[in-house]
Design a protein around this ligand. Structure first.
Ligand code: PLP
Length: 374
């Protein structure tokens, strides 16, 4: 084996089980069986997260778009979310004509700062989106308390938080609704795909109708949309794949935790970097192990990424603040959002990663820090 072979950032774990169920869906999942795997995947996912209802979607972005639409979000509304985010969390807000209010992150959790949320609430605030960034956890107690105090729904974007636990609850089960992604880079995958979850029947019914081109359940007239809806459905083929991934979810999560633990141990004697925090009462799902270089050390994320490239390792930059995108409505950039972005790098973590792969990643970070005089 070439010991310098390319190490990807992420790669799904595919076994005979995924291939068998996808093959079965391809051969038999038609006609009267065209929803069989979808029904199974939704029921199994709802059980895994601990919620009453789940709707499989073509993406997490679609799940967020429909959920926000079902809450009535539209023109003139303000939606609060963190400045540090992937564009998918904010795009549906803009598509609905609402205004994203981007607030700073906590420097330790890299997630939305509840103090900044409180300061940003106005009479136009219609929702708060809590994104569990990289599988880290938002301070849900504080956000849910704000939601109750001001009567504002708190939504969870748990795309990166399969396996993340907040107290006794799984991430995604705490807000008015949760959204998940099964993109190929995520902890469980269907190639592309997502899931909308909620405990509220009225919201479930609304999103179910919206997801079916606005056709209300029980409407007997055919080809009769009762409202303008969306087409964000998952296919039965993808759901079959998802059923197999979900059967293996505990082992997929524990491997993520194991890789994170290996990194933590390897960096235990290294000062000058921190990794994903795990606050008391939480367990992070460790979707994306990330190192943040301390402010006083002269080692930028750009320099570290350059060294990874030289070593044939696919490390990735941290999300840039959304407020710095050229086409975003103007607004201030969070100082922590900018500062962490300049100092943080995502490390590879995939199921079949070897100890040798991990050692190579660790060596790059150690050498870069030594070179910077840390
Ligand atoms: C991946 C991701 C999304 C988007 O998921 P898609 O399935 O690609 O739409 C949304 N939010 C976060 C936090 C993500 O990581």
């Amino acid at each position: 084996m070439n010991s310098n072979r390319r190490i990807p950032l992420s790669r799904p774990s595919i076994t005979d089980e995924e291939v068998a169920l996808a093959t079965d869906a391809a051969r038999n999942g038609w006609g009267p069986h065209c929803y069989d795997y979808l029904d199974r995947f939704e029921a199994a996912f709802a059980a895994h997260i601990g919620v009453k209802y789940a709707i499989a979607t073509s993406s997490c972005t679609g799940a967020l778009h429909m959920g926000l639409a079902a809450l009535g979000v539209g023109e003139g509304d303000e939606i609060i979310l963190a400045d540090t985010n992937w564009v998918a969390s904010v795009a549906p807000v803009l598509h609905l004509g609402a205004r994203p209010v981007l607030v700073d992150i906590q420097p330790d959790s890299w997630c939305i700062d509840p103090v900044a949320v409180r300061a940003a609430i106005t009479p136009r605030t219609r929702a708060i989106i809590a994104v569990h960034l990289y599988g880290n956890l938002c301070d849900m107690d504080a956000l849910l308390a704000l939601g109750r105090e001001f009567d504002i729904p708190v939504i969870e974007d748990a795309a990166e938080a399969i396996g993340s636990m907040y107290g006794g609850s799984r991430a995604g089960a705490l807000g008015v609704f949760g959204a998940f992604s099964f993109h190929g880079s995520k902890t469980i995958t269907t190639g592309e795909g997502g899931m909308f979850v909620t405990d509220e029947q009225a919201l479930y019914d609304k999103v179910l109708s919206l997801s079916n081109h606005g056709r209300v359940k029980g409407q007997t007239r055919q080809f009769w949309p009762d409202m303008l809806g969306f087409k964000y459905k998952m296919s039965n083929l993808q759901a079959a794949f998802g059923c197999a991934q979900l059967r293996r979810v505990e082992s997929l999560i524990s491997r993520k935790l194991e890789i994170m633990q290996r990194y933590r141990e390897a960096f235990a004697d290294v000062s000058g970097i921190t990794m994903n925090p795990e606050l008391p009462g939480t367990r992070i799902g460790a979707w994306m192990p990330t190192v943040v270089v301390a402010e006083h050390i002269p080692l930028s994320a750009d320099e570290l990424l350059h060294r990874f490239k030289q070593a044939n390792i696919d490390a990735r930059p941290f999300f840039a603040p959304l407020s710095t995108l050229t086409w975003m409505p103007p607004g201030p950039t969070g100082s922590h959002a900018q500062s962490v972005y300049e100092r943080a790098v995502n490390l590879p973590s995939f199921h079949d990663m070897t100890d040798h792969d991990i050692d190579r990643v660790v060596a790059v970070v150690r050498e870069a820090l030594q070179h910077a005089g840390a």
